[in-house]
Design a protein. Structure first.
Length: 139
């Protein structure tokens, strides 16, 4: 069975490319630099359902993405979470946080309505992120 991205993730995000295991998505909310990693494995809702090698690969990719985002956006804190309450397909959020952001210090979920990227800001963010992550495939 080939991989199918959850419809909500498809609607809310811009697909940037692929790492070895995960598809890399940019949440279309200009208030926060926010990437989502989705392991390209069908019918997986929890990390423990992945094989041990895929769990290790996910941790490596998540740590790599978090470090790159923290470096390029000069984050005060990285929020990394796998909630899955609204979207059951396994996905890991990587959100750059600043002590000055609108939601600080609370979690971002349910705090603010998304503000989509303008075309210019989106192009800048995509270029910056793709260069930092050296993504292999664009969608």
């Amino acid at each position: 069975m080939s991989f199918i991205l959850n419809a909500t993730l498809e609607k809310d995000c811009i697909q940037l490319g692929k790492l070895e295991l995960c598809r890399v998505l940019l949440m279309n909310d200009s208030q926060f630099p926010w990437l989502i990693l989705v392991p390209e494995k069908q019918n997986i809702t929890e990390i423990y359902q992945l094989s041990l090698s895929d769990q290790q690969q996910l941790m490596q990719e998540s740590s790599f993405v978090a470090k790159q985002l923290a470096d390029i956006y000069l984050a005060d804190k990285m929020n990394i979470a796998a909630l899955g309450n609204m979207v059951p397909q396994l996905h890991i959020h990587h959100v750059v946080r600043y002590k000055s952001d609108k939601a600080w210090p609370a979690p971002i979920w349910g705090q603010l309505d998304a503000i989509p990227y303008s075309e210019g800001k989106l192009l800048q963010a995509v270029k910056k992120i793709k260069n930092a992550l050296k993504l292999s495939v664009a969608y």
